[in-house]
Design a protein around this ligand. Structure first.
Ligand code: AHG
Ligand code: MN
Ligand code: MN
Length: 348
C-alpha cells in the first residue's frame, strides 16, 4: 500500500489566497501594536454586518416590485430605504460586539455614544455609499474607519475621541456590493481584499497585498458639474483627454475607487461653487479610502494637503478629494498650484 504524506500549502504565506476573512484576521492579530483581540473581533463584526447588508442589497430589486412585499416585512418592520437598513445593521453589529464606544454615521446627525464602558474603539461609517445607484442595480458600498478612543475607558465620550485626524486610524476598509461582493481593509500593514462566496457565506482572501499602479489611464469625475470647477482642475481634465485617458465614473465612490486602485487611475471630486468644500465627507468617506490608498502605494489629497493630516472640526465635514495613482495625483496638484499661484499674483 502506498501512503502519501499530506503536503500543506507550500507558499509559506500565512495568508494564502482562499484563507477565510475570520482566519486571516486572527492570523494577522499580532500585527497590531496593542493586540488584545478586540480589534480583530470588531473587524469580524463588520464582516458579519457586511454579509447581512449584502443579502439586503441582493433583495433590493425584488423588494421594489409593487405588491411582492407589503409595507412591512415578516418581522413586522417597516420596509425602509437600503441606506437606512444598512445603518441599522451596522449599528446593531457595532453596538452588540462590545468593542466600540462611539459611532459616527452619515445617517446620524450626532455622535452615538454607546455607553459602553469597556469599548476602546470609535467607528466612523458610511453604511451605504452610492445610494443614488441602489434603485438601478449598480454597485454600491460601505466605508468604515476605526480609531482608538483617547479619553479614559469608562468616561463619557469626548470630542477628542471622535475628531481625530486620519493618521490616527488603526484600521479602515470598504465593502463593495458589486458583480461580486468584496471586503477590502487595512490595519496599516498593507491592503488585502476578500471576495464573498454566496453559497458558503464566507469572505475568502482573493486580493492579497494590493499594490496600486503608480500611474494609469483612467480619470473619474462628474464632468456634468465641471463648469463649477476651478480652472486648474479643468486644465487637468483637458490633459487627460489629450492623452486619450478613459473616462469612467460610476457615481459610487467605493466602486470608482476600487476600480482605480486595481487598474490605475485618478478619482476627483473637486470643490464646486455649490459645494465650496467639495461633496465627500472627511470622517467616513475620504479618510478610510485615503488610508487604504496610501497603504497600497497610492495617494489622497484635497488638491493641496494630505487627506490623512486634515484636522476635523465638525462631524459631517466635507473635503475635496483627489485620490488614486501617485503620479496622477501629483500631476493634478501641479495644474492646481499653477493656476492658484496666478490668482494670488493677480491679487497682489
Ligand atoms: P452617499 O450615497 O453615501 O451619499 O455618497 C454619494 C457620493 C459618492 O458615493 C459618489 O462618488 C458621489 O456622491 C457622487 O456624487 P455626484 O452625484 O455629485 O457625482
Ligand atoms: Mn458616500
Ligand atoms: Mn451613504
Amino acid at each position: 500500500m502506498k501512503i502519501l504524506p499530506y503536503l500543506p500549502d507550500q507558499s509559506g504565506l500565512a495568508y494564502a489566497v482562499g484563507t477565510t476573512l475570520d482566519r486571516f484576521i486572527k492570523l494577522k492579530q499580532s500585527d497590531f501594536p496593542f493586540a488584545s483581540g478586540e480589534l480583530s473581533q470588531l473587524l469580524r463584526d463588520i464582516g458579519l454586518a457586511a454579509k447581512i447588508v449584502n443579502r439586503e442589497t441582493n433583495r433590493a430589486g425584488l423588494a421594489n416590485i409593487g405588491g411582492a412585499f407589503g409595507q412591512t416585512n415578516v418581522q413586522g418592520e417597516e420596509q425602509q430605504k437600503l441606506d437606512v437598513i444598512a445603518n441599522i445593521r451596522f449599528m446593531r453589529a457595532l453596538s452588540k460586539g462590545g468593542e466600540v464606544c462611539a459611532i459616527v454615521s452619515e445617517e446620524e446627525d450626532s455622535v452615538i455614544d454607546l455607553q459602553n464602558k469597556s469599548g476602546k474603539y470609535v467607528v466612523a461609517i458610511d453604511p451605504l455609499d452610492g445610494s443614488s445607484n441602489i434603485d438601478v442595480n449598480i454597485s454600491i458600498g460601505t466605508i468604515f474607519s476605526i480609531y482608538r478612543r483617547r479619553s479614559p475607558l469608562g468616561s463619557p465620550i469626548e470630542q477628542e475621541d471622535v475628531m481625530q485626524p486620519g493618521t490616527e486610524q488603526v484600521a479602515a476598509g470598504y465593502v463593495l456590493y458589486g458583480s461580486s461582493t468584496m471586503l477590502v481593509y487595512t490595519t496599516g500593514c498593507g491592503v488585502n481584499g476578500f471576495t464573498y462566496e454566496n453559497s458558503l457565506g464566507e469572505f475568502f482572501l482573493s486580493h492579497p497585498d494590493i499594490k496600486a499602479p503608480k500611474s494609469g489611464q483612467i480619470y473619474s469625475v462628474n464632468e456634468g458639474i465641471s463648469e463649477e470647477f476651478e480652472s486648474g482642475v479643468l486644465d487637468y481634465i483637458s490633459s487627460c483627454k489629450k492623452r486619450k485617458f478613459a473616462a469612467r465614473y460610476i457615481g459610487s465612490l467605493v466602486a470608482d475607487f476600487h476600480r482605480n486602485l486595481l487598474k490605475g487611475g485618478i478619482y476627483l471630486y473637486p470643490a464646486t461653487i455649490k459645494n465650496p468644500s467639495g461633496k465627500l465627507r472627511l470622517l467616513y468617506e475620504a479618510n478610510a479610502l485615503a488610508f487604504i490608498a496610501e497603504q497600497s502605494g497610492a495617494m489622497a489629497t484635497d488638491g493641496e494637503n494630505r487627506i490623512l493630516e486634515i484636522l476635523p472640526t465638525s462631524l459631517h465635514q466635507r473635503t475635496p478629494l483627489y485620490i488614486g495613482s501617485t503620479e496622477l495625483v501629483q500631476e493634478v496638484h501641479q495644474y492646481i498650484s499653477k493656476t492658484r499661484d496666478k490668482i494670488t499674483e493677480f491679487c497682489h
